[in-house]
Design a protein around this ligand. Sequence first.
Ligand code: CTP
Length: 397
Amino acid sequence: MKNAKIVLGVSAGIAAYKAVELLRLLVKEGAEVRVVMSANAGQFVTPLTFAALSGHPVYHSVFDAQNSMEHIRVAENADLLVVAPATASTLAKMAHGLADDALSCLHLAFKGPVLVCPAMNEGMWGHPAVKDNIALLKSRGVEFVDPESGELACGVIGLGRLADTNVILDKVRGYFSQRDDLTGIRFLITAGPTHEAIDPVRYLSNPSSGKMGYAVAEQVMARGGQVVLISGPTHLKPPPGVDFKPCKRADEMNTLVQEQFENCDVLVMSAAVGDFAAEKLEKEKIKKQGDEGLILKLVATKDILLEVAKRNSGKLVVGFAAESQNLVESALEKLRKKNLDFIVANDISAPGIGFQSDSNQVTIIDREEKIEDLPLKPKREIADLLLDRILFRLKHP
Ligand code: CTP
């Protein structure tokens, strides 16, 4: 874990003393750890203990005039937030976006992956409110190390004890483990929506966030591969090391894909490309004519994957299908029509998954039309599972 920058969030449970041990183990593995504490965590372990072991000041108060922006600084410089122990109260704050102490402020300011290790009394752990909060966080891609059974602070034996620190450590290691199984493989990945301008201030688009394609790009980089990332407009930062090619319109994306295609081994077409563009781009802003509506003539954009299929290149091509009905039939039709090796289909009508979400529940169908339903998972994990299948296919063409 050398160079791994981790924020350890400690909340106010008796298991806070185990966070001391977790911190010690993380530091021993070479991680740079900054500790952030909830308002009451200091009742259990003092900030001084964490400061001494981490070698950094501990962020525990939002009312420190000298460090009022500390949550932003710490959040910007971290790769992973681990909350251990996470009490029921901290879970609720995270689920509902409250920001009234150092830990909850930092959580909102942090954009990277979040791992939560809850610890609480068995009854609290089983309460529907806690379950709902966990489900909400999972739907945003937050990962969990569930508590274990054992003797709890309240004296009863039950489920709720913070997971063993070595189990947590193993899970943390997984975020930083560099596999090199994609070394030498060149990926061309498209992501995000396209914008088809109508006039200087208006455009046609869709709610794609780009998160799925960026997650694939990130995981390819983490596994030693090369990436050219062609992206429509998103709010995401391109993963470090990718050859980033931004674009707006579908025809720009098409030109870039056709140019770059020759130099790739795998095309992952996760962009939500607009199917229609305005026939005529108005030079001036279209003015409202009283109560009159507006008839806009749209023309079809080129289907990038169909253009690629015409080249009959023998390269591995992956398409995506966002469907609101007949998921498998529609995806199969696209797989055949666009001559794909894999299609990744998801049901955009299901709540908590798809376009803007950090999690997704997808069905992967391969060229032989084998259908594989994956469970709801963070997009980062879906990306890895897809890459495993791509790699297998490259090795067994
Ligand atoms: N795609 C493409 N070029 C387009 C439209 C889509 O290459 N002009 C790609 C997408 O990136 C995706 C796959 O085709 O990998 C399926 O996209 P989707 O929008 O689901 O399918 P369409 O073929 O556009 O069909 P429809 O929108 O009618 O469902």
